[in-house]
Design a protein around this ligand. Structure first.
Ligand code: MLC
Ligand code: AMP
Length: 504
């Protein structure tokens, strides 16, 4: 029996090589990770988890949490990671929609989750950040030599939810083939080898920290320093022992705020990679001046894994996301006619390749709507390909804010604000933010005499929306600007409040 992704991971690594470096002293080898993932997979089998069952996971980052992802691959389960910032109200939707057979949460969250999960027939087990919890207790006495479930390239490995521009979040279905092909391509493109040591400071519930960082590391048999979160000083302290860093642009902005970041500090680093949000050309240039390193920017999406990358050798051009990866086809089309555009013309970016997902979970119409007749995925990003072949992302055709690498859909935030007593209507926009790239900003119209201020609105959102989706600032106005069709003109609001975070 073969397991498409896990077999490749197992074959790539030397068993006694270091995989995870934790807290400066603890090292887990690949053999350790394979043994523990085998025991967890056996425990899940005992719990009745079968290939194709969804396993939803909302736990803090830890070595065991990462190994749980491997266990799911091996058992044939579909891994469904959830942002630790999600509130119970948000989780209720994901669990109802995905119908996981098993939900794994922190011990402190068990009671609340059980109320949501049990009506959907899910079992709840726990995993805490120190490697405790009921799941590992079950796994302790299980055999390590689990017989991996047979999974082909087309079988699902994971579902990752992405918020929708028009309402409900959609579960992007990623296959073993999607993940393996993209990770092998990136490994080769970025020349990742067994001797590499990646500083891993990203969350492990999104494509960037989970698939790009982790799959690429494992398929090179390399190792990573697993940090619970990003802390610029801690990252700089680790640099002399590391060779690579992957981060969102906020990482690089924050690193440059430290006086300790200089050529000496980065002397051992081979490659700095940025993605998930636009890296300002000025950040790229300043970082290069300080460290001598041209950050390698790449472009991806939950639905497609990685699509483009600046070159390893050759010029990494600031403000561009580089070339289509080998095997990936990118074209730019006229959003109205759908016809392919010439170089340097701006239009919709469309993507085709083995990296592109299988569709949205239980949303066949949405899936059809987001693909062209000839099988290209319509990204929602506006861009162009210049005469040298570099792809530029110049805007978004979708109403989306990206803050510190997290996507926030204004529609969802507006929906919650509009339900608050005393609110007539709201418009949520992204405004340039020095730390997060864009800051979620709400423009709100109150009913006459309503006793509403910034605090009452934020308080009302507390249990409804993850903290990172909540507006950093709320501005009250008498009316929202509208065009003749009655549509709110967000471009006018974005211009009007453009300096909100840079001048205060
Ligand atoms: C935290 N906060 C955020 C935030 N992260 N607010 C807006 N945007 C964010 N990204 C909130 C906190 O809850 C806190 O609220 C306040 O802002 C300040 O927190 P902080 O301590 O400064 O935040 P920190 O923990 O340092 O986190 C910032 C960060 C983190 C940038 C390091 O958000 C992060 O790791 N982002 C990476 C996201 C990511 O992996 N994206 C990849 C998606 S995959 P308060 O008010 O309670 O103090 C993808 C595909 C691809 O897009 O191409 O890769
Ligand atoms: P997500 O849905 O979280 O996977 O976010 C994907 C979106 O992030 C893409 O559609 C882009 O809008 C954006 N994105 C990712 N990488 C980059 C990048 N390097 N430059 C600009 N935007 C990016």
């Amino acid at each position: 029996m073969s397991n498409h992704l896990f077999d490749a991971i197992k074959a790539a690594a030397s068993g006694d090589a270091a995989f995870l470096r934790i807290d400066g002293s603890r090292i887990l080898t690949y053999n350790d990770a394979f043994a523990l993932s085998g025991r967890i997979a056996s425990a899940m089998d005992t719990l009745g988890i079968r290939p194709g069952d969804r396993v939803a996971v909302q736990v803090e980052k830890s070595a065991e949490a990462l190994i749980l992802y491997l266990a799911c691959l091996r058992s044939g389960a579909v891994y469904l990671p959830l942002n630790t910032a999600y509130t119970l109200a948000e989780l209720d939707y994901f669990i109802g929609d995905a119908e996981p057979r098993l939900v794994i949460v922190a011990p402190s969250a068990r009671e609340g989750i059980e109320k949501i999960a049990k009506p959907h027939g899910a079992i709840v087990e726990t995993l805490d950040v120190d490697g405790g919890g009921s799941l590992l207790e079950l796994a302790r006495d299980e055999p390590a030599d689990f017989v991996d479930a047979s999974r082909s390239a087309d079988d699902l490995a994971a579902i990752l939810y992405t918020s929708g521009t028009t309402g409900r979040s959609k579960g992007a279905m990623l296959t073993h083939g999607n993940l393996l092909s993209n990770a092998l391509t990136l490994r080769d493109y970025w020349r990742v080898e067994a001797g590499d040591r990646l500083i891993h400071a990203l969350p492990i519930f999104h494509t960037h920290g989970l698939f790009v960082a982790t799959n690429v590391t494992m398929l090179a048999g390399a190792s990573m320093f697993l940090l619970s979160r990003f802390d610029a000083e801690e990252v700089i302290s680790l640099m002399p022992q590391a060779t690579m860093l992957m981060g969102v642009p906020t990482f690089y902005v924050r690193l440059m705020q430290s006086a300790r970041l200089n050529r000496n500090a980065v002397a051992n680093i081979r490659l700095f990679i940025s993605g998930s949000a636009p890296l300002l050309a000025e950040t790229h240039t300043q970082f290069q001046a300080r460290t001598g390193h041209a950050i390698l920017e790449r472009y991806g999406m939950t639905e497609t894994n990685m699509n483009t990358s600046n070159p390893y050798e050759g010029q990494r051009v600031a403000g561009t996301v580089g070339f289509p990866l080998p095997g990936v086809t990118i074209r730019v089309t006229d959003p109205v006619t759908g016809l392919a555009l010439a170089p340097d013309e701006t239009g919709m970016i469309e993507i085709k390749g083995p990296n592109v997902f299988k569709g949205y979970w239980r949303m066949p119409e949405k899936t059809v709507a987001e693909f062209t007749a000839d099988g290209f995925f319509i990204s929602g990003d506006l861009g162009k390909i210049d005469c040298d072949g570099y792809v530029h992302i110049v805007g978004r055709g979708k109403d989306l804010v990206i803050s510190g690498g997290y996507n926030i859909y204004p529609k969802e935030v507006e929906g919650e604000i509009d339900q608050i007593e005393g609110v007539v209507e709201s418009a949520v926009i992204g405004v340039q933010h020095p730390d997060f790239g864009e800051g979620v900003t709400a423009i709100v119209v109150r009913k006459t005499g309503a006793a509403l201020n910034e605090k009452t609105i934020v308080d009302a959102l507390q249990d409804r929306l993850a903290r990172y989706k909540q507006p950093k600032r709320i501005i009250f106005v008498d009316d929202l600007p509208r065009n003749t069709m009655g549509k709110v003109q967000k471009n006018i609001l974005r211009q009007q409040y453009a300096d909100l975070y840079t001048t205060s």
